[in-house]
Each structure stands twice: as C-alpha cells, then as structure tokens.
Design a protein around this ligand. Structure first.
Ligand code: DQQ
Length: 622
C-alpha cells in the first residue's frame, strides 16, 4: 500500500500520532463565550435612513504581511499579471476571468487588504483555496478537505488541504491529506467525496488529472481509522479506479459524489460530464467494493444547454421531516436533490425530484425548473458546493466556495484567495414544497458576544400601504436605487458614514398583472467598493413569501463577506465585497426604504460575533 507522506506546510509540524485530547488544549484556545447580547429594535420609518453605528475595533484583526506598514500603498506594477490557470489542464479558469485586463490596479493599502480577511469563515492561513472536498464526521471531529495551492494565491498544483473542528466553526489546520504525486493525479488532486461504510471504513473518491491531463477517478482511504484526525491517507495502488468511458471527453469527467446504497445492496456514485459540447449530465456507476465499477446504462439525468456539470451533489431530503437524511435513505417520504455546478456560468443550480431506484434515473418535480435552468443554491458569489450527512446530529450540512471578484494581481498582493461559506444545514421546505431551506449551523451562535467586528443580523419587515398600488415590473437588476411602489427596502451593510460605499441587501415586492405580489430578494454590489478593479454586480431572485409571513432576512457579515438568507433560507445570496472606506471603525449598518407607496416597519436583532479560532493543530501540546 502506498501511504501518502504529504509534504508539510512550513507552518505546520506533522508530529507522529499520539493519543489525542478530546479537543484542543484550552490553554491555546481563547473563545470568550460571554453569552450573546441582543439588540432588539422596532423602528417605523418612511423614506428615511436610520443609521446604526456599530462599534468596530481593530483588536482581533489578523495581520497580513506584518513586515509591511498598514498604511503603505502597494505599487501595482510590482506584481506580475499571470493568466488565469485551468483551461490548459482541462478545467475551467479558476481565478477571475479577465474582466480587468486593461484596467490599472487600484491603489490598495495593506490595511484594506487586512480588513478583507474574514474572522469566522474558514480560510487557509495563506494562498489559494477552491472547492470543499470530502467533508465528513469521524470520532468526534468534523473534517474539511479543500482544493489548495501550497505555492501561491492563484489556482494550480492542486493539493488537498485538511482541517478539523469539533463544532464546524473553530478549525485546526492539519498537514495536507493528499498531494499530486502519482501519474494519475500529478496535474492535480481534484474534487472528491467521502463515503462512510456501515463497518466504519471511509472511502474517498476523487478526480485526478493525469500526466496527460486526462480526468480519472481515484480511491484513497485513511491509513489508520483509529486516528480521529485521519492524518495519513493511502492512495489505492491500482488507481485509477474509473477512466473516462467511450464517448466522453477525457477532460470533462470529474468530481465523484458520495456513494449511496441501492436496493440490491451495492453502491452507486454519480459523476458529472458533458455530451455533445452542451448537454450537461451525470453518469451513474455501480460498485460493491469501491475498487471496481460498472457504468450503468443511460444517465442519472441530463439537461441540454447546461454545459459541463462539475461537482454534482445528489442526496435525499425528508418530506415533512425536520432532520437530514443519510445519502442512502430513500423510499416514501423522501425526495432527492440533484445539484450541478455549471462550468459555463459558474453557478450552482439544483432541483428537487424523484429518484427511481429501479432504473437509477432522477426526474425533476417541475421540468421547467430543471437542474441548470431553475433554482440556484446561492444567487451570489458561490460555487462548487457539497453536502455531507452529519450522523452525530442527524443533519445534512452544506459547504460552498466563495470565490473572488478582484484580480489575480490583487490576490497575489494580499497573499490569499477565497473563503468557504459558513456551513449550512439543509432541509426540504415543507411549506412551499418547491425549494430547499439553508440555514447557518446552530454552532455559529456560540460566537455571540458583547461587541465585535462581525455581525449576525436578523431583520423582519412588515409593510403598510399608503397609496394605491399599481402594476410594476421590476426585478433585482435595477439595484437598490430604483424606486417603485412596494420597494426596495432592507439593509445597507459594510457602508461608510457618507454612503460612498455600501452594499444593500433588500426585498423588492412587485405587483404582477395577475394581481398578486411577487417578491425579489437582491444584493446590490455596484457601490460596494470604490476600487475599480473589482467586479461588482447585482444578484438576486424571486423568493416565496407566504401570506402569513413577514419579509425576513438573516445576514452574516464578516469583514468582506455577507451571507444573506431570505425567508428562513429559501433563497441565499453570498456577497464578496472589497471596501476601501467602510472598514474598521468606519463600517456602518443602515436600514433603508426606497418604496414610494408603503410604510415599512422593521424589527432588528443584531448579535456581535466573536472571531472563530482557526489555527494550526497544537501537536506540540499532546
Ligand atoms: N474544481 C476542481 C475540479 C472541479 C472544479 C479543480 C470546480 O475537480 O470540477 O480544482 O471548481
């Protein structure tokens, strides 16, 4: 057997395994749980702005490039301009498209870059990160693996980073789980998923990009299952276990899912691909031992015009249930979610449907809202998501990659790129029956403290007509400045006092020609930064607001990230913003109502969130 001796990041010591404490030594961990302080405000307002000035301090900010003075401007020309990588290796460009190739870099300061680094979202100490990989729970620890470049803040040399947590919020970095060191993954240890077998074994399937840039599927497993940290991984000596089947483009065949067990007692996995240049699809393989596989006839599902499906995720959800389901659950009372990350648009789309166990085919409940042409998992800056079943809390947990919208040059200058979302619990929405619900895992509440630089905001809005309503057709695209009868209204986050920088997260209800009201939930990044070399857009979609419901949003604000959940998580928008003025003590939060025909009553609860503890594992203290 080949044991993978991962090369160790310079800042992590790979100590030989010794018995572990239940959790990291408290001496090294300072989590000031002081209970949470909630500020509850009921505010009635019409056409007004109410400023809530949030005390911000610089104390807990991580320092980047400490040898540089915070006020020192970085000369833009001192950084080279590499091309986004990926296409040559048969994977789409992973850094930002060249929106800004002709533009001059903004005069960023180190203080601005430092502010962007998040305090309670997971990100590596430095360098590039993309997709979450193989999340799982084992012997008291949550494991997160991730696509990582050990050498730079741009995509390349993809290696599996590894971190563990006892609560999905505080993380300890471990040595790399797998590095690209075999012919079958020398061009990258790409995305994969874990399957926990009933006998306790863990099978990790991942895509390797071979020495010839062919995408193959490989098997790895922990060298020592009794190690709660799962530090050493073995690559199966007869890898690859699956090669691209005839008729499949050899560079469009990747990202195996977690396996689920069929009624015949054998396992199935699905792998995304593309047919005839534009048909996105997912193939199904059957296995009894994870080393040999049979391709089943037909496909799990295919949707013309959607292009290559990356990072397919396939899992059951319970109808009328309040817990998550293991990937092998099926039968009456379940539906199946099929998710694909569309390589062409860089958006994660899903649909809810029915999985036929006899034929291994999945059918969407609503063909008009099929995978890739209907719902998105998140309408913001978000990609390559993946769920896992957390057997310790009977819940399904979703991870997603928040990618950057600045330039590679800026990422190289700040020394890192990308963040993972806060893990979200996923449930079927029993009320609408048409969407999933996503909600931050409950453990995030442990970060609530008296005063901090990060926020968890819950806002409810009720509207009262003050003038006659008329039909108006607006969506999100006009942004927050467009005024109409019923909206927009919401919150301005990461705003400075003069409102020269602001990110509105808002509702815009509109009267339809049928006499009903349709509500849009939107995030407008167009004024989020004065920097010119940052891509800014308006994100959003319609959201079901049922007749007995108020308009509700929950926002997680973490320096440069805003995760926005509408109506209990029916729609989610993640924003990655790059403020230059609304930073440190100058970051503000405002309420706004731009509707011309309604009064809005807002109720706000705001929790200040502490920083999470995200550090190297304290091997020296065992
Ligand atoms: N990222 C991986 C691929 C996957 C893509 C490479 C999605 O396996 O298709 O880093 O971002």
């Amino acid at each position: 057997m080949d044991t993978v001796h991962s090369h160790t990041p310079s800042d992590l010591q790979h100590a030989p395994y010794t018995p572990l404490p239940d959790k990291p030594s408290p001496a090294r961990i300072r989590w000031p749980f002081k209970g949470f302080a909630a500020i509850l405000a009921s505010i009635i307002f019409l056409l007004s702005l109410v400023a809530l000035i949030i005390n911000q301090s610089q104390e807990s900010l991580p320092q980047l490039n400490q040898n540089r003075s915070p006020s020192t401007s970085r000369p833009a020309e001192s950084f080279s301009k590499p091309e986004p990588r990926g296409v040559d290796q048969g994977v789409s460009p992973k850094s930002n498209p060249s929106f800004f190739s002709d533009k001059v870099s903004y005069n960023w300061t180190n203080a601005m870059f430092s502010w962007q680094r998040t305090a309670y979202h997971f990100q590596p100490q430095k360098n590039w990160m993309n997709d979450p990989d193989g999340p799982l729970f084992h012997k008291g620890w949550y494991h997160l693996f991730y696509q990582y470049n050990p050498d730079s803040a741009v995509w390349g040399n993809i290696t599996w980073g590894h971190a563990v947590s006892t609560d999905l919020i505080h993380w300890l970095y471990l040595p790399f789980a797998m590095i690209p060191d075999r012919w079958y993954d020398i061009n990258g240890v790409w995305t994969g998923s874990a399957t926990l077998l009933p006998d306790g074994r863990i099978m990790m399937l991942y895509t390797g990009s071979t020495n010839e840039s062919i995408q193959v599927q490989n098997l790895a497993y922990p060298a020592n299952l009794s190690d709660p940290l799962l530090i050493d991984w073995v690559k199966y000596p007869d890898n690859p276990v699956i090669v691209p089947p005839n008729g499949t483009e050899t560079d469009e065949f990747r990202d195996p899912t977690t396996a689920w067990m069929g009624p015949d007692g054998t396992w199935r996995i699905t792998i995304g691909s593309r047919y005839n240049k534009s048909v996105g699809l997912s193939l199904v393989y059957q296995t009894s031992n994870f080393t040999t596989y049979d391709l089943l006839e037909g496909v799990l599902h295919a949707v013309p015009g959607t292009g290559m499906w990356e990072c397919v995720d396939f899992y059951p959800v319970a109808i009328n249930g309040s817990t998550g389901l293991d990937s092998s659950a099926n039968g009456p009372g379940t539906k199946h979610v099929l998710k694909a990350s569309l390589d062409d648009t860089k958006r994660d789309h899903y649909a809810i449907g029915v999985y036929d166990l006899a034929t291994d085919k999945w059918t969407p409940d609503n063909p008009k809202e099929d995978v890739g042409i209907g719902l998105q998992v998140d309408y913001g800056r978000y990609y390559a998501s993946k769920t896992f079943y957390d057997q310790s809390k009977q819940r399904r947990v979703l991870w997603g990659w928040i990618n950057e919208t600045d330039t590679e040059t800026d990422d190289l200058a700040k020394g890192w790129a990308s963040v993972q979302t806060i893990p979200r619990e996923v449930l079927y929405d029993n009320k609408t029956g048409t969407n999933i619900l996503q909600w931050p895992v409950e453990e995030i509440e442990s970060l609530s403290i008296g005063q901090a630089t990060q926020l968890d905001i819950f806002a409810e809005f009720e509207i009262e007509m003050v003038s006659e309503t008329k039909h108006e057709k607006y969506g999100c695209s006009g942004g927050a400045v467009d005024r109409s009868h019923l909206g927009p209204f919401g919150l301005l986050v990461i705003a400075d006092q003069t409102l020269s920088e602001l990110t509105p997260i808002f509702f815009r209800p509109v009267n339809t020609t049928e006499g009903t009201v349709e509500t849009y939930f939107c995030a407008d990044e167009t004024r989020s930064s004065e920097a010119s070399d940052v891509y800014k857009q308006v994100y959003g979609s319609t959201v079901p607001v049922l007749t007995d419901e108020k308009f509700q949003m929950r926002l997680l604000v973490d320096h440069s990230i805003v995760e926005s959940f509408a109506q209990g998580g029916r729609r989610v928008i993640t924003s990655r913003v790059y403020p230059t003025k609304a930073i440190y003590g100058d970051a503000r939060l405002f309420l706004f109502n731009n509707a011309t025909g309604v009064k809005v009553k807002a109720t706000l609860k705001i929790w200040d969130l502490n920083s999470a503890f995200i550090h190297p594992f304290p091997f020296d203290q065992n």
